[in-house]
Write a protein that binds this ligand. Structure first.
Ligand SMILES: NC(=O)c1ccc[n+]([C@@H]2O[C@H](COP(=O)([O-])OP(=O)(O)OC[C@H]3O[C@@H](n4cnc5c(N)ncnc54)[C@H](OP(=O)(O)O)[C@@H]3O)[C@@H](O)[C@H]2O)c1
Length: 360
């Protein structure tokens, strides 16, 4: 299907109030698109105000808010009317126990089915970007393996009893990973059968960068962990392997490039990861960077057990190693430095009053 451009018509973003969705909206407006921003609750100012403010910025695009819910069939028929592209970032997340693993799994698949049916009904959409995840790429491999878009989360699972639909209730991480890969494949198959639009997937790794609203501080999210570290709390997420940091602004920008790309086609997928090893860091390195960027703050680090691991093996488990080479080469994506990403994460959280730093 042909690439689209801003003059062709409006575009819709699902999950527009969310952390990634909001930055997708910003990137689209910077590129001159008129955006149908879909959110669940138009009466919650923490979900709407940061979006409405964008209409006052010096962007060439404009934004209209629409109310829609993934779990209701036909809910997106009106928001998608006349749209030439849909950028689908909404999904029920499990952050802080907000949804059970089964709700996350079912909500992702059934919600996306509803979205695809609305795309089919309106008939004007040429490009559909699915915010998948690096979770749909990553699979068990020895330390040091470098992942690319050719990897699938189902690889090497034949004899893996932990990868089973029977375990959805008990293993939230597996439920999420499984739903991501199944949803990604469902989208490609649906588009192929329909024949009128292409699905292109964005597969971000650990997303960090400017927080635009208080609702972007979900408990357990990567950005929440940075906030905790600035409050001198021990970081227990991904402390015994690597963080692989991508800037949320780059996730937004890449999705605009995906709808405009003449190279991308149905089934194209782009891992959105570190540009190089500067974004692949263990929590001790992360702590050191935060101390350099916020010199007046006491910064929390990993649990003490990390030192025993480093003494024994020389470092933590070297995964996930993965770079955004394909997105840079095919889409022309330019990425922020990891220092800029971390500075903006921490500073915006402090400015929004989400973090009270542990001052020295
Ligand atoms: N953050 C990461 O590190 C990361 C990495 C890889 C992939 N991803 C993926 O990126 C996407 C966005 O994640 P995020 O980090 O931006 O999370 P987020 O801030 O929690 O955003 C999730 C969005 O989903 C929407 N949503 C939830 N239930 C909905 C429903 N029933 N109907 C309509 N919308 C619903 C929410 O909308 P309302 O606020 O309007 O309820 C919210 O805007 C997800 O698909 C996630 O899996 C995230």
């Amino acid at each position: 299907m042909p690439a689209v451009k801003s003059l062709d018509g409006p575009v819709a973003v699902t999950g527009a109030s969310g952390y990634i969705g909001s930055h997708v909206v910003v990137a689209l407006m910077k590129h001159g698109y008129n955006v149908h921003a879909c959110i669940t609750d138009l009466n919650n100012p923490e979900k709407t105000d940061h979006l409405l403010k964008l209409n006052q910025c010096d962007y060439s695009g404009q934004l209209d808010l629409f109310s829609a819910n993934l779990l209701e069939e036909g809910s997106y028929d009106i928001p998608f009317t006349d749209c030439i592209a849909v950028l689908h970032a909404a999904t029920p997340m499990g952050y802080g126990g907000a949804n059970t693993p089964h709700q996350v799994y079912d909500g992702m698949l059934n919600g996306t089915k509803n979205i695809l049916n609305s795309v089919k009904k309106v008939g004007t959409v040429k490009r559909f970007v699915y915010t998948s995840s690096f979770a749909a790429i990553h699979h068990p491999m020895p330390s040091g393996y470098i992942f690319t878009e050719k990897d699938w989360a189902t690889d090497n699972r034949d004899n893996d009893p932990s990868w089973s639909h029977n375990r959805i209730d008990e293993d939230g991480v597996m439920a999420y990973n499984m739903a991501k890969i199944e949803t990604e494949l469902m989208c490609y198959d649906f588009a192929e059968k329909d024949g009128r639009f292409d699905v292109i997937s964005a597969c971000p790794n650990s997303v960090l960068g400017p927080v635009l609203s208080k609702v972007h501080n979900s408990v357990g999210s990567w950005q929440w962990c940075i906030g905790q570290m600035l409050m001198r709390v021990t970081c227990k997420r991904a402390w015994n392997y690597l963080w692989n940091i991508v800037d949320v602004r780059d996730v937004g920008e890449s999705q605009v490039l995906m709808i405009e790309s003449k190279v991308s086609k149905n089934r194209s997928r782009y891992q959105l990861c570190a540009t190089d090893e500067s974004g692949e860091i263990n929590v001790l390195q992360l702590q050191a960077l935060l101390l350099k960027l916020f010199p007046k703050v006491n910064v929390g680090g990993p649990p003490d057990e990390i030192h025993a691991i480093i003494n024994k093996y020389g470092n933590v488990y070297q995964t996930p190693l993965a770079h955004c080479d394909k997105a840079r080469k095919e889409l022309g994506l330019e990425t922020h430095s990891v220092e800029d990403t971390l500075r903006e994460t921490g500073q915006t959280m402090i400015d929004l009053g989400l973090v009270k730093p542990n001052w020295k």
